[in-house]
Design a protein around this ligand. Structure first.
Ligand code: SF4
Length: 703
């Protein structure tokens, strides 16, 4: 109640990339409650089930790590130590490895849930001072295909639209996404807009009938992995119908001739057979696009998490480009970011192939600029190990030490049993965590307790380039510290200068300065402005001569050298694992409505566990009948990499021959048979290095 409320602070929900504004009320007894912020432009007071229950995760400290722990060798038990002991020893071990095996023998594996300031200091530490680019995050498993797609098509990793374009669009093409469950508040805006405007249309592309399809005018239930073929076929029909924007294509794009020649190599009838949707539905989709005045494409993991994820992204962005639906109200590509701050992480260069402010690692001038700014060591031109590559390198001994923070790879990585083997072999594992639950802790040599959401301040950037400040409201429990503080203390133990920040605002100021004169320039931004304005979208220059930054490319000038957007003629090749007699089903994985990632937070909330209480597999009733498995019976699912035993849910809403497993469950009391990623394949997209989570061959039998 208001009477008991002590203070009230603004923040942002720490789950998905929608980035809803939250008000945190601190009660007199020290606990918190949350409510949606009515004044925040993204959600206008709304929160989804996960956001509404955020306070439980803060108030319930029962699983929190409270103090640093360490073991001196693998056969010794963990013991409580001081921060100094833990960090002194870790610095000594890191120095030994770096001296003996070189800087690339150590790595940091972080998270799209880190705050921007945290990303910044880790990136600075390893790239600018240790001299390795071995810093990657779980954003590699999430958005890296979209990053590459944007960069190749538009010359920059940028979402050109803003959420307010939703209310200006009259056609949404949602593909490889179930925003009704995974980006709920953004989806409420689409639903409300469509309900109020009967002319607004929705096309959904998904191998499953999801809740997102409930309001669809057209659902293309494609065969998994055939997205490029479908998008090309739609492109072909648009060209045939004369429904492209010839003036825009001519003046503001390059590559159209090659693209046009390519898409005409396959007939619509052929595409229809490959994709498993009717020719008339493909033509209808193209017709809707041709008639649209405002056309927004939306996508997420269904396109990104693929061995051809970049091609899928490019084939989709092509539809915006050939129709000229970009840089104008209600039009453009809108990738739905999975995590709350994958965008902020990229802004500071927090991936193994990036430098701060989206600078290129392979550009010597960019490397020199950053190196001079940081005043550390020479920046290595060679990209570092990406997420899956790090664990391969631990397995074969190239990598000696890994520092894992804010993520739970033993549930979330593909081919996860291999990852577990890798952690067993690692010489030194640091786990920086809030909870005592993640399985990674079992392999840790050092455990560092971190502060959680609302226990530290910092910034995040959501899917529409909106940067927001998150307040600290409560003290972290025990000796837990903010992640940036832990990293800075460690850097000082390593003897590096430049990690003596007064506070998070000072880290942010340094980051902002380093963005000057780049496409993502926020050199005019600081904590005072963020606190006063609540949020701003980038770019945000020192001299505010730039016009409104809510929508990019309104001048049709793209970030490529020619200033033209690039239409890429990407092949529709198939390079996933093929189903065969031994493994005849296709497995696709995904989320459920009320859980977040590996459940270390949402799994604590009783209300959220009611939706689905345990892992399950969704199978088409005809497939189940052939296998003689009934509803609720246990199925044994095997792939070339592992097995899973879970209860069956029959669903006519999935294609025959395809099964679906939620990705949230990990090991439970030593039993890993609920873990979907035992089965998934760790082959990766050659450009984005994102794994093929949405497609692998499996067998299903009754237990
Ligand atoms: Fe949080 Fe996303 Fe739900 Fe908004 S939609 S409340 S950001 S989980």
């Amino acid at each position: 109640s208001k009477k008991n409320t002590d203070t009230r602070a603004t923040s942002i929900c720490c789950y998905c990339g929608v980035g809803c504004g939250v008000l945190i009320n601190k009660e007199k007894n020290g606990s918190i409650t949350v409510e949606g912020d009515k004044n925040y432009p993204v959600n206008k007071g709304m929160l989804c089930s996960k956001g509404m229950n955020l306070h439980y995760t803060v108030n319930d400290k029962s699983d929190r790590l409270l103090y640093p722990q360490m073991r001196y060798n693998k056969s010794m038990p963990m013991q409580r130590v001081s921060w100094d002991e833990a960090l002194d020893r870790t610095a000594a071990v890191f120095k030994t490895f770096i001296n003996k095996y070189g800087p690339d023998s150590v790595a940091f594996y972080a998270s799209g849930q880190c705050l921007t300031e945290e990303y910044y200091v880790i990136n600075k530490l390893i790239k600018g001072f240790i001299g390795s680019n071995n810093m990657d995050t779980n954003s590699r498993l999430c958005m890296s295909s979209a990053v590459a797609g944007y960069k190749m098509a538009l010359g920059e990793d940028c979402v050109p639209v803003c959420y307010d374009d939703i209310e200006l669009a009259d056609l949404f093409y949602v593909t490889g996404a179930n925003p009704a469950w995974c980006h709920p508040i953004l989806w409420r805006r689409v639903e409300a807009h469509k309900a109020a405007n009967p002319n607004v249309r929705l096309i959904v592309v998904d191998p499953r009938v999801t809740d997102t399809c409930a309001i669809a005018d057209l659902h293309l239930q494609i065969n998994p992995g055939t997205d490029v073929t479908l998008n090309h076929a739609i492109g072909r029909v648009l060209i045939e119908n004369g429904d492209i924007d010839a003036h825009f294509v001519q003046n503001h794009t390059e590559g159209f001739e090659k693209y046009s020649a390519l898409v005409f190599q396959r007939t619509v009838a052929e595409a229809s057979r490959i994709c498993g949707v009717t020719e008339s539905d493909i033509r209808l989709a193209a017709l809707y696009i041709g008639e649209a005045k405002g056309f927004i494409t939306m996508w997420t993991m269904g396109l990104n998490q693929s061995v051809v994820g970049v091609n899928k992204n490019l084939s989709l962005i092509n539809l915006n480009l050939i129709t000229g639906h970009i840089g104008k109200p209600g039009s453009g590509p809108l990738s739905l970011t999975g995590q709350p701050n994958a965008m902020g992480g990229r802004e500071v260069g927090g991936l193994a192939n990036l430098l701060p402010a989206h600078r290129d690692m392979n550009n010597p001038l960019h490397r020199e600029e950053v190196q001079k700014f940081w005043g550390g060591t020479t920046i290595n031109p060679k990209p570092g190990l990406t997420a899956t590559e790090m664990f391969e390198a631990l397995n074969d001994g190239r990598l000696k030490a890994i520092w894992i923070l804010c993520t739970n790879p033993l549930t979330s990585m593909p081919n996860v049993r291999m990852v577990e083997e890798a952690l067993k072999k690692a010489k030194y594992v640091v786990v920086q965590e809030i909870s005592n639950k993640p399985e990674t802790l079992q392999y840790a040599d050092v455990i560092l307790p971190a502060a959680a959401w609302a226990e530290k301040e910092g910034t995040m950037t959501n899917s529409e380039r909106r940067i927001s400040y998150l307040n600290k409201v409560v003290e972290p429990p025990g000796e837990a510290l903010p992640d940036s503080e832990i990293i800075c203390r460690f850097a000082r133990k390593m003897g590096y200068n430049g990690f003596d920040y007064k506070d998070a605002a000072a880290i942010y100021a340094e980051h902002a300065k380093l963005t000057a004169k780049t496409n993502i320039d926020i050199s005019g931004l600081n904590y005072d402005i963020l606190k006063e304005n609540r949020s701003v979208q980038w770019p945000y220059l020192k001299k505010r001569y730039i016009k409104d930054s809510s929508r990019l490319f309104t001048d049709k000038q793209f970030y490529t050298p020619s200033r033209k957007a690039r239409i890429h003629a990407v092949p529709d090749e198939f390079t996933s694992e093929r189903a065969d007699n031994d493994f005849p089903f296709i497995l696709t994985t995904g989320r459920i409505r009320d859980q977040w990632h590996t459940m270390s937070k949402t799994g604590k909330v009783n209300k959220l566990n009611q939706h689905y209480q345990q892992a399950f597999v969704e199978i088409h009733p005809d497939d189940a009948a052939r296998l003689a498995i009934g509803e609720g019976e246990v199925a044994v699912i095997t792939s070339r990499r592992g097995e899973v035993h879970v209860k069956v849910r029959l669903s006519a809403q999935i294609k025959q021959g395809v099964i679906f497993l939620p990705m949230h469950w990990g090991k439970i009391l030593g039993n890993d048979l609920n873990r979907a990623n035992n089965l998934t394949n760790d082959i990766i997209d050659p450009i984005s290095k994102e794994p093929d989570f949405k497609y692998c061959a499996v067998n299903v039998v009754k237990f």
